[in-house]
Unconditional design. Structure first.
Length: 172
């Protein structure tokens, strides 16, 4: 894909004010060129041009605490006991909505039955449209009385299991 976002206001995430009338050229999903709209050297007939007037372009956002498997609300913990297909579909829908909202990286801090790990793998494989997901995975030895059964560890890699803290309630 070859794309030119033309005449957009660009905010780079620093304390600097947003820059008006900027063009951003994107090739194969990566930023190739950024500069004044009047200085772009390419040929408009060979790219898809997006009119950026009255729009602001920002860097990808990072969400450091998500539970894609839970819809939130007053009974969010109880929703972790929903069926695996329901939890999985909800996680995909929420991850896709997150990407549409500008989140390009998310730390999924917990889901039952290894859903966040499988979701991250599907995202990396390009099977779903979602942010880059960094999964926490299930707690291995944490007793959680609100969940109906122990976590099934059979599908986790040794790296994923080693990355978890092995704590009992009350330990730090």
């Amino acid at each position: 894909m070859h794309l030119l976002i033309d005449d957009v206001q660009l905010w780079d995430g620093t304390e600097s004010p947003a820059q008006p009338k900027i063009s951003v050229e994107v090739r194969d999903g990566r930023i190739h060129w950024i500069g004044s709209a009047s200085q772009w050297q390419g040929y408009r007939a060979t790219v898809r041009v997006v009119d950026g007037r009255a729009r602001t372009l920002i860097p990808g956002l990072m969400d450091c605490h998500v539970h894609y498997s839970s819809p939130g609300g007053p009974e969010w913990i109880a929703r972790f006991t929903d069926s695996l297909p329901e939890i999985s579909m909800r996680a995909i829908e929420l991850a896709e909505a997150s990407l549409r909202s500008g989140v390009t990286t998310a730390r999924d801090v917990g889901a039952p039955q290894g859903v966040s790990i499988r979701l991250a793998r599907a995202a990396r494989a390009g099977e779903i449209h979602s942010p880059n997901i960094v999964p926490r995975g299930p707690g291995l030895l944490i007793e959680a009385p609100t969940f109906p059964s122990p976590v099934n560890l059979g599908k986790l890699t040794s790296y994923e299991m080693r990355s978890e803290r092995r704590l009992r309630p009350g330990q730090t």
